[in-house]
Design a protein. Structure first.
Length: 66
């Protein structure tokens, strides 16, 4: 996920993506706690970074509209 692509999306689309990523991160963490092992552990880091990108773009959009 690139920040350039995120800037083209609307606030509603960004919030929906944010919700989906947070849900996926929650499920990955639960799987890690239950099984003590993940099939794709790199997804934890990439999801956290994607969430940070979305939050950055969202805050920039909210400041721009103010």
């Amino acid at each position: 996920m690139k920040a350039k692509d995120l800037r083209d999306q609307t606030v509603e689309e960004l919030e929906a993506s944010l919700h989906d990523l947070k849900k996926e991160l929650f499920e990955l963490r639960n799987e890690l706690r239950q099984n003590k092992k993940l099939d794709k552990p790199h997804l934890l880091k990439s999801n956290r970074k994607d969430i940070a990108r979305i939050l950055t773009v969202l805050s920039a959009k909210k400041v721009a509209t103010s």
